[in-house]
Design a binder for this molecule. Structure first.
Ligand code: 5BU
Length: 272
């Protein structure tokens, strides 16, 4: 039996969310025919912006690691936000918060990066317990932001498996869907009856059409495996796109992944 979320269009699922970022993301996905998020893991603001301008038309979301950018500034963040409106995508800072509620609320709102001021979506490890969600939501909810919990990871030997993954799901359900909109996971982790009653978004890194992994434990699957076979909603691709040589080639590769991801989604909608 396919998971109910995998039989609905992204557009119709927008109505099942009250969180403004979740709604906007699903509407963008439908409008741009894209379930592709590009992860822009380069170390200067100029490179980030150049890649975003190239891949922007093909993506529903751009993912950042702001702490790897040498010359990060709030002016850069302003430009990224401007591009997100012009080119119609959501910004996801992959911060992976992992501390007590009070500390993460400060890390989210303050410091050099002021993540909550420019990033629509961020993520957190459930490891510290539900206080991490409360801390982040006190900052994010008034701004219309959203959170994913890391229920699983793509890297070899990671510990987010079995009971830990189930507990992440339970923690999200108990927190409610005002702020937590889904999970980083490799498959539909929202598979029990209580979870299926709600609409959760599953976003999945470790996606590549060529390489099977890297030397540091990353593991790749194709868009088809992720979207059609595992029922995930968003594919997250980094080096597979921005690592291609040539500016025009980066644009073309993003488009290739968009088409692969969208065809897998259309195929899954046809199942009954
Ligand atoms: P890659 O170049 O496609 O391997 O980049 C993957 C990105 O997704 C990179 O920014 C990682 O930090 C991120 N990621 C991941 O690869 N695996 C995970 O489980 C999580 C994030 Br959570």
């Amino acid at each position: 039996m396919p998971h109910p979320a995998t039989l609905k269009t992204y557009g119709s699922r927008a109505e099942l969310h009250s969180n403004p970022t979740a709604k906007r993301l699903l509407e963008i996905m439908q409008r741009k025919k894209s379930n592709l998020c590009v992860s822009v893991d380069v170390t200067t603001t100029a490179e980030v912006l150049e890649i975003v301008r190239r891949v922007g038309p093909s993506v529903c979301m751009v993912k950042t690691h702001c702490d790897v950018i040498d010359d990060f500034s709030l002016a850069f963040a302003d430009e990224l936000v401007r591009l997100s409106k012009e080119l119609d995508f959501v910004i996801f800072e992959d911060r992976k918060f992992a501390d007590i509620g009070n500390t993460v609320s400060l890390q989210y709102s303050s410091g050099t990066h002021r993540i909550a001021s420019w990033s629509d979506l961020t993520n957190a490890h459930p490891l510290p317990g539900p206080g991490i969600i409360s801390g982040l939501s006190s900052v994010g909810v008034p701004l219309g932001r959203a959170l994913l919990l890391l229920a699983e990871m793509s890297s070899k030997g990671n510990l987010a498996t079995g009971q830990y993954t189930r507990d992440a799901m339970r923690m999200a359900r108990e927190a409610g869907r005002e702020f937590v909109i889904g999970f980083i996971a490799m498959r539909r982790v929202d598979e029990d009856d209580a979870a299926k009653a709600d609409d959760w978004l599953i976003m999945t890194p470790g996606v590549g059409l060529v390489a099977k992994g890297d030397k540091l434990g990353q593991q790749y699957r194709t868009p088809r495996e992720v979207v059609l076979e595992s029922g995930c909603d968003v594919i997250i691709v980094g080096r597979g796109i921005y690592g291609i040589q040539g500016e025009e080639a980066v644009r073309a590769e993003a488009e290739r992944y968009r088409v692969e991801g969208w065809e897998a989604y259309e195929e899954r909608l046809k199942r009954t």
